[in-house]
Design a protein around this ligand. Structure first.
Ligand SMILES: N[C@@H](CCC(=O)N[C@@H](CS)C(=O)NCC(=O)O)C(=O)O
Length: 217
């Protein structure tokens, strides 16, 4: 199986981390080539190619790989699985939209900057406020003081998804100091065997921005 990816891409790292931790063998391919558009009209990463079966969308890819490998990180029990799905959807539809596309990306990537300074500042402030709202729920209601991982004491697909979406805030110097349970959960994720290697490029990018001033949390 081949994964088209980029190591600085949040959605690619979800798959890279899961595959690495689960021992799922993947070949890696580039998307920054003209011929990629013919394979994936979205021109986004990640995309999986399993012997000609091409699948985009990181949330679909991680579930496909979990199903194919029979991973315990995607429980078979219907209700347990529904809890994992619920957390995954929460991150994509609530958290990532405001934190990633509202707060972080517009400050870091030129093509996400809003067209006027006023619009930009307003959009970033809105993203920060909404992200803080979601972080409060993540901290108190979803993780709380007792949980090691999002759905209990075992890692699930939701942790792989959520951890990338939260730690991308490090690009703009987010420390999440007001969210102790989020910090504890992230420390468990960072202790995973393959975290450092998978995040080498992203960490380098974060280090390159360390002297800039950002709106952060
Ligand atoms: N909904 C998609 C989003 C994919 C996406 O936005 N990928 C970004 C990187 S995080 C991308 O490919 N950007 C264009 C590029 O890097 O050339 C998913 O979850 O897979």
């Amino acid at each position: 199986m081949k994964l088209y990816y980029h190591p600085a891409s949040t959605t690619s790292r979800i798959i890279m981390m899961f595959a690495a931790e689960e021992g799922i063998a993947l070949d890696y391919g580039e998307h920054l080539k003209p011929e990629y558009k013919a394979l994936n009209p979205n021109c986004l990463v990640p995309m999986l190619d399993d012997n000609g079966f091409r699948l985009g969308e990181s949330s679909a890819i991680i579930r496909y790989l979990a199903g194919k490998s029979g991973s315990a990180a995607y429980p078979r029990d219907l209700k347990e699985r529904a809890r994992v799905d619920e957390a995954i959807e929460w991150f994509y539809s609530n958290y990532y939209k405001d934190h990633g596309y509202g707060l972080v990306y517009p400050q870091v990537f030129a093509h996400h900057k809003r067209p006027t300074e006023e619009a930009h500042a307003g959009s970033v402030a809105w993203g920060k406020q909404k992200a803080q709202h979601w972080l409060g729920i993540l901290d108190k209601d979803m993780i709380g003081p007792g949980r090691t991982f999002l759905c209990g004491d075992k890692i699930t697909l939701a942790d792989y998804v959520g951890a990338e979406m939260v730690t991308l805030g490090e690009l703009v110097q987010c420390t999440y100091q007001d969210y102790p349970n989020v910090r504890r959960w992230i420390s468990h994720m960072k202790a995973l065997k393959h975290w450092a290697k998978v995040h080498e490029v992203a960490d380098g990018f974060t280090a390159s921005l360390k002297d800039k001033k950002f709106v952060s949390i």
